[in-house]
Design a protein around this ligand. Structure first.
Ligand code: CUA
Length: 175
């Protein structure tokens, strides 16, 4: 083989291997690992959001052991509810949409990063392993008071949760 042919191949083969490798990586993450972009689960009329299930009842809902669903609405310039309380170790599924403009929802740790498009219902999961306060930030510019649009997740330590459970009545008794 001529020398310049080897040089050609040394360029061409990696440049073919690279996109092929990326394609394989995408296929493995989507079909093998089951990873998807947080995307619209369903679509509702944003103007009717407050009266459309599940957003007619906002807040934190227990869906199983250490499993919670948080139904939230984003609007100019707030999140409703603005404060969410869950016990440490909780796996939370956020079900969120925007009532008006495009907003964002960012929690640094655990990693939640989703664009809230009016009427597109986003579902995104996060697990809260450490007690503390986790700010939820709007990270899509949404007007003059964009920087004031935030909420928070308060993750309560196990002892507090135990106390709440003891005082909490019958719904925990079965466990
Ligand atoms: Cu909402 Cu920025």
């Amino acid at each position: 083989m001529k020398r310049h042919t080897l040089f050609e191949l040394a360029w061409i083969l990696p440049s073919l291997a690279l996109p092929f490798g990326i394609l394989v990586a995408i296929l493995v993450t989507v079909f093998g690992v089951g990873m998807h972009v947080p995307s619209a689960h369903s679509r509702i009329d944003p103007k009717q959001a407050a009266t459309t299930p599940p957003f007619d009842q906002l807040g934190v809902f227990e869906t199983g052991y250490m499993s919670y669903e948080v139904r939230m609405l984003a609007r100019t310039w707030s999140f409703d509810p603005a404060e969410i309380r869950v016990p440490v170790g909780a796996e939370v599924t956020f079900v969120v949409t925007s009532q008006d403009l495009v907003h964002g929802m960012l929690i640094d740790e655990p990693n939640v990063n989703v664009m809230l498009i009016p009427g597109e219902v986003a579902r995104v999961k996060a697990k809260f392993d450490k007690p503390g306060e986790y700010p939820i930030i709007c990270h899509e510019y949404c007007g003059i008071a964009h920087q004031t649009m935030w909420a928070r997740v308060i993750v309560e330590p196990a002892a507090t949760v135990l106390q709440t459970t003891e005082n909490g009545g019958d719904d925990h008794a079965a466990r």
